[in-house]
Design a protein around this ligand. Structure first.
Ligand code: GTR
Length: 341
């Protein structure tokens, strides 16, 4: 009896041992794999943004970063440094080329300083309206320009909205070019914008975005130009209350990466990053439209005087020479843009 029990007992013990060993091996492997996964260090990247957290573009940067972390299961982590913490756009662009900064959301106007073909996308009055601009940006024309910055060690990821730029100033209401004449106007450090503001009869002072508020306050400049959300979140309206809706340019934002990021991640993760960037565009555009309206209302309440220009064609004619100056090698593309419905 004792023997039989022992035999059965032995069998049971053997089975148990097998199960336990199996569990140990299986469980051990599992924890070994997950330990390995866990101990594999995530790659951390920095994204530079000049706008504050409540700007729609910064919100989209954060959404992009969130998507990347989620879709790579935490293998790639992007931290957004907003409010110019990593410096003004021109310097950021420099550092991106060297790989000292990994990602940035900048103006196409900034990148056009090193990749002049991008000037085509910021020619004054090249787009009839926002709809037309988006038709262009999300077509093969937009893709061509995104790709075209490769030779500058940059990866063009996607376009974001930046609405239309309008002049604002601390001196008077602007209804026509006579009113604009002679004002000291700040523009971005973009040669095309310098020449455009000159063509409109102003005295031009290029400087970085972060310097505008105090320059306006000290009277170094009388005017600047930007879209509603930026005019609002930068608080420039506090020192320049006349805003003129002339829509002289629509300069898309561009999300870029340094080509150096490729040395630190797998090709598959780069593809995920590209897809997340494209996906974040819809989020940005939605936030943009809401903020544009919100800012307009807020600015009116804050006492900003919003003026419409008398004649858009007067402005258009004054800036026409820029097409020859900046885009004579791109006539085919310009025609293609203009013909897009
Ligand atoms: C903003 C744009 C920035 C920068 C800025 C400026 O609208 O988002 O990238 O270009 O204007 O005027 O410097």
């Amino acid at each position: 009896m004792l023997m039989r029990v022992s035999k059965r007992g032995m069998k049971t013990i053997k089975r148990l041992i097998i199960v336990v060993i199996g569990l140990l091996i299986f469980g051990g492997c599992q924890s070994h794999i997950s330990k390995q996964e866990k101990s594999k260090p995530a790659v951390y990247f920095r994204l530079a943004e000049i706008h504050p957290p409540d700007h729609p573009t910064t919100q989209a940067d954060n959404e992009f970063a969130r998507l990347v972390q989620e879709r790579t299961n935490g293998r790639v982590v992007i931290k957004v440094y907003d409010s110019q913490k990593l410096g003004p756009e021109m310097e950021v662009l420099d550092q991106i080329q060297f790989g000292a900064i990994d990602f940035a959301r900048v103006s196409t106007g900034t990148v056009a300083e090193i990749s002049p073909q991008l000037n085509v996308l910021q020619l004054p009055y090249i787009y009839r309206d926002s709809y037309h601009m988006w038709r262009v940006l999300n077509s093969e024309v937009g893709d061509f320009f995104l790709e075209s910055i490769k030779d500058k060690k940059l990866i063009g990821l996607t376009w974001y909205d930046a609405g239309a730029r309008n002049f604002y100033n601390s001196v008077r209401e602007i209804r026509n070019l006579d009113d604009l004449e002679g004002l000291k106007v700040r523009v971005m450090e973009s040669q095309l914008l310098v020449d455009m503001a000159k063509a409109l009869g102003t005295y031009v002072i290029p400087m970085s975005y972060g310097e505008v508020y105090s320059a306006m306050q000290r009277g170094v400049i009388d005017a600047a130009e930007n879209n509603y959300p930026s005019y609002d979140t930068s608080l420039h309206y506090e020192v320049a209350k006349y805003y003129t809706v002339d829509e002289h340019v629509r300069i898309p934002e561009i999300l870029i990466a340094s080509q150096k990021i490729q040395d630190r991640i797998a090709e598959a993760d780069l593809e995920i990053i590209k897809a997340c960037a494209k996906e974040s565009q819809a989020f940005q555009r939605e936030k943009w439209l809401i903020k544009e309206k919100e800012s307009e209302l807020k600015l009116k309440k804050a006492g900003v005087i919003i003026t419409e220009i008398e004649s858009r064609s007067e402005f258009e004619e004054a800036v026409r020479p820029l097409y020859d100056q900046y885009a004579s090698s791109y006539l085919e593309i310009i025609k293609q843009i203009q013909e897009m419905e």
